[in-house]
Every structure is written in C-alpha cells, then in structure tokens.
Design a protein. Structure first.
Ligand code: SF4
Lengths: 195, 462
C-alpha cells in the first residue's frame, strides 16, 4: 500500500447519491482474477452517456472525487476501490460512505473523507465553476483545504497512522500470532470445523 | 449494566485489545466464493503465507455458475471458477464445485450444513454475509484485502460497531412475509440508516419467524447500510440446527445449547439507537426505484419526486423514475413485468419455493419465470416434494442452483429495458444486467406477478 500523507489535486463533482458499488464497477468486470485493469470498468455503464461528468475533458486527470451521500454502498467488492485507484483517484469525499467500501479503501490507501453535505456541496460548486481549481487533502492535519477555506475531518488515529505509514495490516497482525494461538486454545469445544 | 447480544458475541472473540487500536477479532468461520478470493490467494502466494485454519474455511462456486446443466461457456467466468479450484486444492480448503450435492449460494450452504451456529463470528467476501446473523452470531461482509487477512491469520482488526435495536411490535398479518418486513424497514430507515451499526432485530414478529424468514431479514441488513444484522437464538434456532451435519451432538449439543441460551440482550442493556416498527400494519411491499430504500406498499402508487422534502432524495427519485421508465402516480399493481425471478440468498430456500409453488399450483405463468433453488440440497428437497413439477406445469423454468439473476455475472440476465419482479436484494441500476429494471418483491408477490404479468399481491388473484 502506498503511504498517504497529503494530496493536492483537481476534483470531479459527481452529483449523485447512493453511488453503489454496482455502479462504481458493474458485475461483469469482476470476473478477472488479476488485480489490474479495473480502470476500464470504473462507472462503465454511466460512462456510456457522453454527458457523464467523467467524460468531460475538463476533468481529465482529476484525482479527487466529490460525491453525494452514501458513496460505495452495496456489494463488498474491493474491485470498486481498485477501479477508482487505477483510474487515478486518491481521495473520495462524501457525507456518508458504505461501511465495507470505507474499510476496503483504507486497506488499499484510497482515502475516504467524510465531510458534511453542505461542505461537499461547496466543494462541488467550486469544481464546477472552475475545473482547474485544486483541493488539498491533508491527512496529517485531518484537513481539507480550498483556497483560503479549510474544513477538518475525522478519522481514527490508528487508521490514519497506518495510511500515513503505508502499513500492511497482515504484517501488523502477524506480530500478535502468539495471542491468536492462546485464544485458539480456549475456544469452545463444540465449535464446528469444515472437515 | 447489562450487555447487548452483539456486545456479548464480540467480547467473546476479542483476541487482543490495546488502547488506540481496533480489537483483533477471532473469526470462527470463513466462507469463500470464486469472485472475491483470487486476488487474496495471490497475495498469500506472493508473501509466502499459508492459510492458518483451512479447517475453519469452506468454499463454493455460485456467482458465475450457469443454472442450466453444462460447462461454463464464458471463458473469463470459467477461468475464475477454475482459479478457485486450484486455490482450494493448493491451500487445502474444502470446496463444493458445480454439480456437487453440497454446492449452492454461499449464504445458503453455511446454515444448511449446520456450520452457521449461534454466537459465532462469520465472514465472507460478500456483503450478504449478514444472513448468518439470523442464528445469533456476528456475520459481516469483507473486501478482498480482508479475505487475505482472514486466510493468513484467522482474525480481523475491527472496531466494534454501534448497536441498534429494531423492535418489530405486533404480528405480521396473514400474507405478509419476512421480505415485506425487511423492505418496509429499509424504506423507513433508509439505505444509510444502519451505517456503523450492528442491528439486532427483536420483538414478537421476529420471534414468530421461521429460520428461513429470519435469514431473509438479516440478509438485507446491508441494504439498510448496517454492518451486520442478528437475531437472538431460541428454540426455533435450536430445532433448525439439531441433527445437521456440523451441529454438535450428544453432550456437546447440551453444552452448546446451554451457552446459546445465554446469547440474548440483557434486560438492562442499552442500545445506541432504537427503531420501532409495527408489523401489524404492514402489507406486501415492493420497490419502485433503484435503491432498496425506494419502496412502497404494493397497494400504493409510484411516488412523485416532489413528495420528497430532502433535495438529494428528490433528485435520486427523479433519476430513479427515469431509469425505471415509470411515471409518478401509476398504481404499483399496474406495472407490467417481463421476467420473474425467484431465488438468491434472500429468498432461495425451501420455504420460499414452497410459498411460490402454493401460488403457482394449478395456474399458468404469463412471463418468463425463473425458479432457482439456492443450493443443490434445496433443489433436491424441492423435487422430493414435487415442487419442480408444480413450477414446470405452470410454465416456469426450474433451474440448477446458483446466484443466477440476482446479479449480472452469469448467463441469467435482463436485457436493456426489461423489467423484473425479483426476490433478490438489490434493485441497483444494471444489477440484473445492463439497462435492466428491477422491482424487489417477496416470493409470494413474485409468483402472483408471474400469473398476471403485472406486480400483483397474492390476495388479488382470483
Ligand atoms: S444470491 Fe445474489 S446477493 Fe446472494 S451471494 Fe449471490 S449474488 Fe450475492
């Protein structure tokens, strides 16, 4: 996972709510067994509409997605995160996220930022008025900045630290393998096995 | 102060707790399917890691499988299924492949084998893992990175979600099902209403549900945004489990039941949030829009976007009506349907098939109607009761087990513009095939709709 400290980039205003993961990447794209090539599937049904915001050349190269509330609801497919990252997004800002999507994002180093709906609306309006405007997302300061304005956001200390260090969760857990072994010895005897 | 059911189960599984860190949670059962696992196994291989507990892991093929006999014709789907077979063999994981008597949708086979038991932690790279919470455990969906984590460590770092009680007062009227109840709950609290919570469904109407009905309710917890849904175990739960292949037996059974009986929310426990709903006022419920919260009683009409005070909900409704090709004010029971689908992990169990058969017996369908058992065992049981013949006599298609038309990943799909009444759980744009339009319904409404060709409540059939 790439470390994330601070990021400055242009933003795409996606004025939709309930952007479920079936929209972010439709099921037909999930048949791949590799981890790459998912950028082609990103919003693939919506991208067929020439007026869809990602088809607007003014937003090419943007790296921050500004969405309506309830982004990433629905299916647990981590492919949604891969598709966003492989397309070039580093941050998604919304008022609410699906829980599993948010978890998946932080495992992969895509930063989900929760800001009040009015603030997201303010950022969307700014990106619509001037697609070249740059937004800074500062994880160290837990702050989003636009020109002279700034808004703080919440993220728990542990996730922030992991993202800033770019640490792999599995490696961290394996340091506690002894605790796991102790726990395993005390499990209730009737619990099922699959053998 | 007392503890909630969710807190009890969570605490029982904490391997390690440290200040400022998520709890490290032990996972009792890990379910695997072909779609969300290949990259996780690749990760293990690249890091030279093994599966810590293959004996707590089980795999099935479900999302990609065709529901007619024969091989998978789509080469990409086939590769994905073959990849699962290779991975299961390499890492020593029990797999139920296509054609196997134990194969089926991942959330159907766990309970069916008796692997899903009260008080367990269960995960799967699939959001409808919440289904298993019907037995009184904590069960939730995870992404592929977490699948890899569980394979490697049999644990997950996680913060305990907040707790929500959904108190379902009164009794469900005759003809109103668990599916209608959960659709009404989602419409009430919204698709984001459960975000950050484990929901415990409680109350008289819940206690009266069969295990199948409870699974239907817990299955769609994710559609209300919740991390998990659960129901305290009781005699209904124990009766369902007794004698299943992986349920405890003999003295172990008695010990287990004694412990399971402690798995209930203490009277003085406090939930972070409580929602109440009166079951006795409910009627058959269907969705009209493109998220599961956009639903209404079947006896009502397509709402007008103006009815929504919130501008975001209003624009979502406008967009949904456009996508669905619906006009505000149209009575829901006049909406014509091209295809009916009965199946999925929401409503693909024997009880669901019986309910559909009761309506189709002696009648004819006028739409393309797919009846897809959730597992090979459900299929066998249904055939032993002659349900397959009822469906065939009515003109419906009786299929092999799989996810089928629940999602557009296998050959069972809608064509652009086609409209379905579906017993599955998601009415998202394109979920059942690009451009397809989905109305979520109960098995009873699905069957009645197949008979008339319009969204129909069973009570309206002559
Ligand atoms: S039946 Fe549908 S919701 Fe259930 S596991 Fe399969 S695709 Fe997912």
């Amino acid at each position: 996972m790439d470390a994330f400290t601070t990021h400055t980039g242009r933003a795409v205003p996606l004025r939709r709510s309930n952007v479920d993961t079936d929209q972010i990447i439709p099921a037909v794209w999930l048949k791949q067994v590799s981890r790459t090539g998912f950028e082609k599937g990103l919003f693939s049904a919506w991208r067929e509409d020439p007026s869809f915001i990602l088809n607007n050349p003014a937003y090419q190269g943007a790296s921050i997605l500004l969405s309506g509330p309830d982004f990433g609801t629905g299916s647990s497919r981590e492919h949604a995160v891969w598709a966003l990252q492989q397309y070039g997004f580093r941050v998604v800002i919304a008022a609410r996220f699906g829980d599993i999507f948010r978890n998946n994002s932080t495992k992969m180093g895509l930063l989900p930022v929760i800001l009040p709906a009015e603030v997201v609306e303010r950022l969307q309006a700014a990106a619509e008025a001037d697609p070249t405007v740059e937004i800074t997302v500062d994880l160290a300061e837990r702050e989003v900045r636009l020109g002279s304005e700034s808004w703080s956001f919440e993220i728990d200390d542990y996730t922030r630290w992991r993202l800033m260090e770019g640490l792999d969760d599995i490696g961290l857990t394996l340091r506690h393998a002894d605790d796991v072994a102790v726990y395993e010895n005390g499990r209730q005897p009737w619990l099922p096995t699959t053998v | 102060m007392g503890r909630t059911l969710a807190e009890k189960v969570w605490e029982q599984h904490v391997v390690r707790r440290a200040d400022g860190e998520p709890d490290l949670l032990y996972i009792d059962l890990h379910l695997i399917h072909e779609v969300t696992s290949p990259q996780a196994f690749d990760g293990l291989r690249m890091a030279g890691r093994k599966v810590r507990r293959p004996d707590l892991t089980i795999a099935t093929e479900d999302h990609n499988v065709p529901t007619v006999l024969g091989p998978i014709s789509d080469p990409v789907s086939r590769t994905q299924v073959e990849t699962l077979r290779k991975n299961a063999a390499e890492f020593g994981i029990r797999l139920h492949p296509m054609g196997d008597a134990g194969q089926g949708v991942v959330h159907i086979i766990g309970p069916q084998f008796g692997l899903t038991q009260p008080g367990m932690t269960i995960v799967c790279g699939d959001s409808h893992t919440s289904t298993h919470g019907a037995f009184g455990g904590i069960a939730f969906g995870i992404g592929t990175s977490e699948v890899e984590h569980v394979l490697a460590t049999q644990t997950l770092p996680a913060y305990r979600p907040k707790t929500m009680a959904i108190e379902v007062k009164g009794e469900l009227p005759v003809g109103v099902t668990a599916k209608d109840l959960i659709l009404a709950i989602i419409a009430k609290i919204g698709t984001g209403g459960g975000q950050g919570y484990i929901v415990e469904y409680r109350g008289e109407a819940i206690r009266k549900l069969s295990m199948e009905g409870r699974m239907t309710v817990c299955n769609m917890s994710i559609e209300a945004g919740a991390r998990a849904g659960m129901i305290a175990p009781d005699e209904t739960t124990f009766a369902y489990l007794k004698g299943r292949p992986h349920a405890p037996s003999g003295d172990a059974w008695d010990a287990a039941v004694e412990y399971w009986k402690s798995l209930r929310t203490d009277d003085d426990a406090v939930f972070d949030k409580v929602v109440e709903i009166d079951a006795s006022t409910l009627t058959p419920f269907v969705t009209w829009g493109t998220n599961p919260g956009q639903g209404a009683p079947l006896g009502s009409a397509v709402p007008s976007p103006e009815e929504f005070a919130d501008p975001i909900e209003r624009s979502a409704a406008e967009r949904a009506l456009e996508y669905m090709g619906l006009t505000a004010g149209t009575p829901l029971n006049e909406i014509p349907v091209d295809t009916v689908f009965v199946g999925s992990c929401t409503n693909g169990r024997l009880e669901d098939l019986r309910a559909a058969a009761d309506i189709l017996r002696g009648r004819k369908v006028v739409t393309r109607t797919l009846i897809v058992p959730g597992s090979m065992q459900v299929k066998k049981a249904a055939e032993e009761e002659g349900l397959d013949q009822v469906f065939k006599d009515a003109g419906a298609e009786w299929r092999e087990a799989g996810c089928s038309m629940c999602l557009g990943m296998n050959p069972d799909t809608l064509k652009p513009g086609e409209r379905s009444a579906s017993t599955s759980n998601r009415n998202f744009e394109g979920r059942q095939g690009k451009g397809g339009r989905t109305h979520l319904v109960s098995p009873q409404v699905a069957a009645a709709t197949a008979v008339t060709g319009k969204l129909t409540a069973p009570a309206a059939l002559a």
